[in-house]
Design a protein around this ligand. Sequence first.
Ligand code: PGA
Length: 245
Amino acid sequence: MTTAKTGKLIVGNWKMNGLREDAAKRAQAIGEAAQAEGREAFDIVLCPPATLLSEVRAAAGKAVALGAQDCHHKDFGAYTGNISALMLKDAGCSYVILGHSERRQLQGETSEQVAAKAHAALNAGLVAIICVGETDAERTAGQQNDVVAAQLEASLPEGANKDNTVIAYEPVWAIGTGKTASAEDVRAMHAHIREIAGVGMRILYGGSVKAANAAEILHTENVDGVLVGGASLIAEDFLAIARAS
Ligand code: PGA
């Protein structure tokens, strides 16, 4: 099967999962398939925990790009426990996920902090994948468009453009829950984001993406790729999603 150059971006967010041996095997399997199937366009991105970046870099090979899950807004300094965008670039990353809802909710990260981190990421030469999305209560109240617009407005850094920034729409209620937004909900929200972000900026969907629903999501208007959590932890599942593009 050939899956080359669909232009869709397939991002695996491993979250806080993986130890060296498993990670290397998974990354190698994904890298080899990507290479064999002509994915030199770098449309697969693996975002392991920081401890596994070099392992994954070495095992995945050149057909796969490397990303991180967060960065600090400063380049260096007395910030115990943090990692800068410059360091991620130095470790071989070309992408960094920022403002994931788990960080917004569990670490209290604000959109302003996300924008500062994104600014550092762009300065370091990384592509920022900026996550936005409404909660269940906000959708029930019909506020999803306003919530996402406000998050975007405050999270996108100055100088964000289609080459250095990717937006990931991840409804909070769909993350890790097995509930996926309907194709119509995805279409409507991506059209809304497209109006704000402009032509050309890639907009990913994330939230319980799996092999069974990937094709429908990936072929929805204004969906330029997917951000995959749980299903990215099994090489064959992740590859099946990539092949659905
Ligand atoms: P999920 O996570 O695919 O497990 O729902 C997506 C994400 O959090 O990026």
